[in-house]
Design a protein around this ligand. Structure first.
Ligand code: IPM
Ligand code: MN
Length: 367
């Protein structure tokens, strides 16, 4: 297995290093071989190459680099975001560019409260908070379609088009149903999340695709529907209700941040940008947290969980049981370590970044 490493900015490289430490350990234990290659794709590089911090002026990633990334089995990303660079430049120039060019059409966000982790939800524990959001990752309002007219005049007009295709909805929906079968929880239910009462065109494309595919191809799985606003209430009130959710790009972006906080925050939440037949990219959700850079106080659990996902998903996309086992073993090690930590918040873990990585690596060995 060949893994491309993009440490990125801020604390990204620090947390990625702990994920790689755990990878090394689990590879030794389970007995598989891998290679890594680091790619310097950061805000710092953009600035050093003469990039304008205020407006996109040069590519953040070159086409030749994307072509090279295509040859890897997976990409492991630390963090994107630089305090001196205007919002949007790195996000669009690197993260969204990779998602779109590599057609990573699924954003997979497991939402699991690990034992001993604090949640802001009263009376809810690990048995209650355990579901998965499947977010469409390449279209909707993220395509950049639309524009602005009469800018900086009182007549300024802007549009941002919610581009929904039957093809895009269908592949996300099929992925969610397949994932639900594979997960095989007691609930065996996929919840479609949209806003069909207002988005009567785009919502209806999703709704019909969901019900037609579900009825014909997945009669064994229960189908459920929530409006996105109501879904936010239920996440807080009854998270135990959910099994697998499927939703469009922007709704998925928003509900997965709500989900991240109920699972203990950005220190633990991990996600995958998946192209099941191509190259997928795995990342902690936390961002670059520039003020903590180099202080060794940031929580690497999310990055380690992203590594567990990388192993499990790469394994399941290509029927490699050894990699799936390795992923499960890393996840079990996380579950063994979170109760030992004082908190999942940066600087309050009771351990440094590297110590948490060491604890997880030790737990991987002890099993
Ligand atoms: C996420 C992030 C990105 C998104 C940003 C950084 C472009 O918020 O992965 O959820 O909106 O998709
Ligand atoms: Mn987001």
């Amino acid at each position: 297995m060949r893994i491309a490493i993009i440490g990125g900015d801020g604390t990204g490289p620090e947390v990625a290093a702990e994920g790689l430490k755990v990878l090394q350990t689990v590879a030794d234990e389970v007995g598989f071989r891998y290679e890594t290659k680091e790619f310097n794709l950061s805000g710092n590089r953009y600035l050093q190459a003469g990039g304008d911090p205020k407006t996109p002026s040069i590519p953040v990633i070159h086409d030749s680099e994307i072509e090279e990334l295509r040859t890897f089995d997976a990409i492991y990303l630390g963090a994107v975001g630089h305090p001196d660079i205007a919002p949007g430049i790195l996000e669009k120039g690197l993260l969204l560019k990779l998602r779109f060019t590599l057609d990573q059409y699924i954003n997979l966000r497991p939402v699991k409260l690990y034992p001993g982790v604090w949640t802001p939800l009263k009376d809810k524990g690990p048995d209650d908070i355990d579901f998965v959001v499947v977010r469409e990752n390449t279209e909707g309002i993220y395509t950049g379609m639309g524009g602005v007219q009469y800018k900086d005049t009182p007549q300024e007009v802007s549009t941002q088009i919610n581009c929904t295709t039957r093809f895009g909805a269908e592949r996300a929906i099929r992925y969610a149903f397949e994932f639900c079968r594979r997960r095989n929880s007691r609930k065996r239910m996929v919840t479609l999340v949209h806003k069909t009462n207002v988005l009567t065109f785009a919502g209806d494309t999703w709704f019909r695709a969901f019900n037609e595919i579900g009825e014909k191809e997945y009669p064994d799985i229960k189908r459920d529907y929530n409006h996105v606003d109501a879904c936010c209430m239920w996440f807080v009130k009854n998270p135990e209700y959910y099994d697998v959710l499927v939703t469009d790009n922007i709704f998925g972006d928003i509900i997965t941040d709500l989900a991240a906080i109920i699972q203990g925050g950005l220190g633990v939440a991990a996600g995958g940008n998946l192209n099941p037949k191509g190259v997928s990219m795995y990342e902690p959700m936390g961002g670059s947290a520039p003020k903590y850079t180099g202080k060794k106080v940031i929580n690497p659990i999310a990055a380690i969980a992203a590594m567990a996902m990388l192993l499990r998903e790469t394994g399941s996309h290509r029927n490699d049981t050894q990699l799936v086992e390795a992923g499960n073993r890393v996840e079990a090690a996380i579950v063994a370590v979170t109760p030992m930590m004082k908190s999942q918040a940066a600087g309050q873990m009771g351990y440094s970044t590297t110590e948490v990585g060491d604890l997880v690596a030790r737990a991987v060995r002890q099993r």
